[in-house]
Ligand binder design. Structure first.
Ligand code: IMP
Length: 199
């Protein structure tokens, strides 16, 4: 069965391919020749994920899912949240985003934060939302070379390494995206067992 993942982010495509079953063929936007940036202008992760999935569904008519993720920091009232990618400006510079985050947090003792992923799926013309959350803490200096985004400063609860110090498979055992994807996988396995079988 084929499904479009409405993204061209190679990191995410790798993460998702390593989680999702082999019998599901994941197509990226590049694979279907959509090269423009899909606008992300909604005030919530849910709205952005749905907007991206609807955009691709309108053009292709195919089954599609899209995700939107935000880092929600307790002491900053949930910022950067839906603005995570462009926190320090339109250039979407990961390093500048971390600098701004650390500056705003300063010496604040409350370092609690969570990554939250929302996946919007359009399957057989119906819409579904799946959420995945991982809670943790923001440290005051970067650690690790792997991952992307805010990974070097985020330590998930129960671990001592940042996401950037972990292998992809270790990150996937707890990550927000993996948790949302688990729910998507459960959905696929449920519909496999009904008359509404995916091809
Ligand atoms: P997106 O909308 O899902 O692309 O995510 C928005 C921003 O959140 C990204 O540009 C990253 O800065 C950050 N982000 C998303 N997922 C992760 C992750 O797994 N680790 C670290 N940062 C992430």
């Amino acid at each position: 069965m084929e499904i479009i993942f409405a993204s061209n982010n190679d990191h995410k495509l790798r993460e998702i391919s390593s989680i999702i079953d082999n019998n599901i063929k994941l197509l990226s936007l590049k694979d279907i020749d959509i090269n423009e940036d899909i606008p992300e202008e909604e005030p919530h992760l849910e709205g952005n994920a749905l907007a991206k999935a609807r955009y691709v569904h309108r053009i292709t008519g195919m089954n599609v899912f899209a995700d939107d993720t935000g880092l929600e920091v307790d002491a900053l009232g949930g910022l950067p949240g839906v603005k995570s990618a462009r926190f320090a400006g339109e250039s979407r510079d990961f390093s500048a985003n971390i600098d701004k985050l650390l500056l705003m947090l300063g010496t604040n003792k409350n370092r609690k934060a969570q990554f939250r992923t929302v996946i919007a799926l359009i399957w057989d013309n119906k819409e579904y939302l799946f959420e995945g959350i991982v809670e943790g803490n923001i440290i005051s200096e970067r650690r690790g070379e792997g991952g992307f985004g805010y990974d070097p400063v985020f330590i998930p609860n129960g671990k001592s390494m940042t996401f950037a110090e972990m292998s992809l498979s270790e990150k996937n055992t707890v990550s927000h995206r993996a948790r949302a994807l688990e729910k998507l996988k459960t959905f696929f396995s449920l519909i496999k067992n009904t008359d509404n079988k995916p091809e």
